[in-house]
Design a protein around this ligand. Structure first.
Ligand SMILES: [Zn+2]
Length: 289
């Protein structure tokens, strides 16, 4: 109680003053600190791009000709006087880079969508057909949402069904109620390019909207796909199937342009009003020291 009263008293001076008058003051330890230590020690080393480079890109995207939006907003926006950009982030293995990225975007007044992957190590573990989420991951998601970002689901339902032997329909339902319990409304999903998907079909084919057959075979066994639509699953959109004419991506830590990062910046600089661009950036590859 005394701590609470103490901080109430200090707030009179404003939070900025606390920082200035007491630079040694430490932020309270977040609930995800233990998870962060484990994940960062394993995955921070994979970064290949710097935050300076990301800031450079955000500076270009802050030019008045651009309108940068989360994917759910982008798909509902048409404005021929602007270059419409949908900013998509698939978070494959390092959500702590996602928080850093979201904070940089907030400072630039840019909003994006972060799609989180329930089968990733950071998210938790799946044992005996039960998902146990990592300590504090809920707090992290709320913190990222509080920057103004949209939160979505990075769909890996084929792995859920085939590797973890769980019902993808039920699994997804529980995920949606988890986010709802955090006050986060999920509108969209983006398919994860898992190893399994490379051996079978893309994850979006779990939805009847995109399924090219009624089952998928893996190691001699058939698994039913396409028995529920995207809408029945509770989604308004699939990120790959939104309206854009140009697709920029850093998948695998490599830009889909022969000239790499300068080539990407060039594409953005030379884009024209009326263009619609989806930019897929994986926070995992960013924040190289
Ligand atoms: Zn992915």
């Amino acid at each position: 109680m005394s701590v609470l009263l103490g901080s109430l008293f200090i707030i009179v001076d404003g939070p900025k003053n606390i920082q200035e008058s007491n630079p040694a003051a430490e932020e309270p330890i977040p609930a995800y600190a233990g998870t962060e230590t484990i994940i960062r020690s394993k995955y921070d080393r994979y970064a290949v791009f710097t935050w300076e480079q990301y800031t450079l890109m955000l500076d270009i995207l802050s030019q008045p000709k651009f309108k940068v939006l989360p994917i759910n907003d982008m798909r509902k926006t048409s404005d021929e006087s602007k270059v419409i950009v949908g900013m998509r982030h698939d978070v494959d293995f390092n959500p702590f880079k996602a928080l850093e990225m979201a904070e940089l975007e907030m400072r630039s007044g840019i909003r994006a969508t972060y799609y989180f992957l329930a089968t990733a190590e950071y998210y938790g573990s799946i044992d005996e057909k039960k998902l146990v989420r990592s300590p504090g991951i809920d707090v992290l998601f709320k913190k990222i949402a509080a920057t103004g970002a949209e939160i979505g689901i990075h769909n890996d339902l084929l792995s859920v069904m085939i590797i973890h032997k769980m019902d993808p329909w039920q699994f997804n339902k529980e995920e949606l109620s988890f986010y709802k319990s955090l006050g986060i409304q999920i509108r969209g999903t983006a398919s994860h390019g898992s190893q399994l998907a490379k051996l079978t079909v893309p994850n979006y084919q779990i939805f009847s909207d995109y399924a090219k057959s009624d089952s998928v075979r893996y190691e001699g066994k058939a698994y039913t796909i396409g028995n529920h639509s995207l809408k029945e699953y509770g989604f308004k959109y699939e990120a790959y199937f939104t309206d854009y004419s140009l697709y920029i991506s850093d998948s695998g830590g490599k830009w889909n342009d022969p000239e790499g990062f300068p080539g990407i910046l060039n594409i953005l600089e030379s884009s024209r009003p009326g263009d619609r661009i989806q930019i897929l950036i994986h926070p995992d590859w960013w924040g190289k020291n």
